[in-house]
Design a protein around this ligand. Structure first.
Ligand code: UDX
Length: 433
């Protein structure tokens, strides 16, 4: 089939490359000229394990190409995916749909023959209806169905998530569009990925409800972690104890510095706004958002406590900047609030991250970037593990201790064991124990 991705960002690029890998002909379109130029040369603008190889293989086979010419790509397409950004609108937290609606207009003008237009970007309930209105207004004769098909890709594991999804959600009432979409995903349901077909609005809400639930689950265990610290319990054992209950499940129960990233903060906020627009409040999600916001800065207080009550003029070494490992994405990363709070308290912050330092420079001021964990630990008063990169899981502890000024480790991801750390001569501060 001939597929077009409008938007060659994270979602568009991963989805486009994977669809090409399944044997479809895919054109990824973007309005940013440098991005398309780079992609044509096989240069990938984001760090995602395995993506570069898939892009290269499928470009070589001729199934994947890149273009700025939306109209000509769309005119040949069976299915057009809208995978443009939907950032939080400045000021009110609503998802900004300007890019989605602009794409809808252009698609309506360019489409020829029966075309399925699919919103893959995370869009609030009712956006598909508006896209459909735009299409009918711009081109009343267009033979177009509008389908919602949310993505559930985790950064750092996006290729695996795409190829072996827990489920595929299709929001449409059109049987014709459903058949086309089943054909698009046929290679996947040969792998027995369940396909859920539902109304478009339901599909749009599934995405928000899913992300809000996961954000709430993380927030729940973070709140329990705080309680564990007060009552002398161990949150990791509590998580294990409740996670073995199949109704609860063991995923997303890792206590930490709060969730970040491009999805959870934005999507929880958008869900709160959607509810307000319908004259109700989703109080569990509101509590989640507010707890998580406060938590990031609260983590800085742990560091202050580990430094005997003050970080003024002390050197703090931050290990890990990205919102999670295996990505270079700094959006809403807990490190940003933690570092800002430490600097507000007079700390001198040094940092190291395997992939995120380039992006971090756009977000942070006055941070000294190092070349390795040992480099930034040199003369440090405390080492803070903010992101659980694999490379940080087996640090050379004697070496670390020998270079630090004061042997304090604040492990915000609980990747080390307190007893082992204490044996190695460190003062160790984890989360929730
Ligand atoms: C998420 C959803 O998982 C995905 O389905 C959706 O489509 C996009 O948003 P992503 O943002 O890439 O994916 O990351 P995810 O792995 O879900 O982690 C989100 C944040 O939660 C990270 O900051 C992570 O560190 C944090 N987290 C996750 C925890 O603090 N504890 C956990 O147990 C799990």
């Amino acid at each position: 089939m001939r597929l077009v991705m409008i938007g060659s960002g994270y979602v568009g690029l991963v989805s486009g490359a994977c669809f090409a890998d399944f044997g479809h002909d895919v054109i990824c379109v973007d309005i940013v000229e440098e991005k398309i130029k780079a992609l044509k040369q096989g240069i990938i603008p984001i760090f995602e394990p395995g993506l570069s190889e898939i892009v290269q293989t499928n470009m070589n086979s001729g199934r994947l190409s890149f273009s700025m010419d939306l109209a000509s790509a769309v005119s040949e397409a069976d299915v057009v995916f809208v995978a443009v950004g939907t950032p939080s609108r400045r000021g009110d937290g609503h998802a900004d749909l300007a890019y989605v609606y602009a794409a809808a207009e252009e698609i309506a003008r360019a489409a020829k023959g029966y075309t399925v237009v699919v919103t893959k970007s995370t869009v609030p309930v009712g956006t598909g209806d508006e896209v459909e209105r735009i299409v009918r207004r711009v081109n009343p004769d267009a033979d177009i169905d509008v389908v919602s098909n949310p993505e559930f890709l985790r950064e750092g594991a996006a290729i695996a998530d795409f190829k072996r999804p827990d489920r595929i959600v299709l929001g449409t009432s059109s049987e014709r569009a459903t058949e086309v979409m089943r054909a698009v995903y046929r290679p996947l349901y040969l792998n027995e990925a369940p396909i859920l077909v539902c109304e478009r609005r339901t599909s749009e809400l599934i995405k928000y409800a899913g992300n809000a639930f996961l954000a709430m689950k993380i927030t729940f265990i973070n709140e329990i972690a705080d309680l564990c610290e007060k009552v002398g319990a161990d949150v990791q054992k509590v998580a294990k104890g409740i996670g073995l209950d199949k109704r609860i499940g063991d995923k997303f129960l890792h206590a930490g510095p709060g969730y970040g990233g491009s999805c959870f903060p934005k999507d929880t906020l958008a869900l709160v706004k959607t509810a307000q627009d319908h004259d109700m409040s989703v109080s569990l999600i509101e509590a989640t958002v507010s707890f998580n916001d406060k938590r990031k800065r609260a983590m800085a207080r742990k560091v202050v406590a580990a430094c005997d009550g003050s970080v003024r003029d002390k050197k703090i070494a931050i290990l890990g900047l990205t919102f999670k490992p295996n990505t270079d994405d700094m959006r809403e990363a807990p490190s940003l609030s933690i570092i800002q709070a430490l600097q507000d308290n007079g700390a001198i912050v040094h940092a190291f991250d395997p992939e995120g330092m380039g992006a971090a420079k756009h977000y942070l001021n006055d941070v000294v970037y190092g070349e390795s964990p040992y480099d930034i630990a040199e003369g440090a008063d405390a080492l803070v593990i903010v992101t659980e990169w694999d490379a940080f899981r087996a640090l050379d502890l004697p070496r670390l201790k020998s270079v630090m000024h004061s042997a304090a480790i604040v492990d915000l991801r609980n990747i080390y064991n307190r007893v082992e750390m204490q044996k190695a001569g460190f003062r160790y501060y984890g989360v929730g124990s």
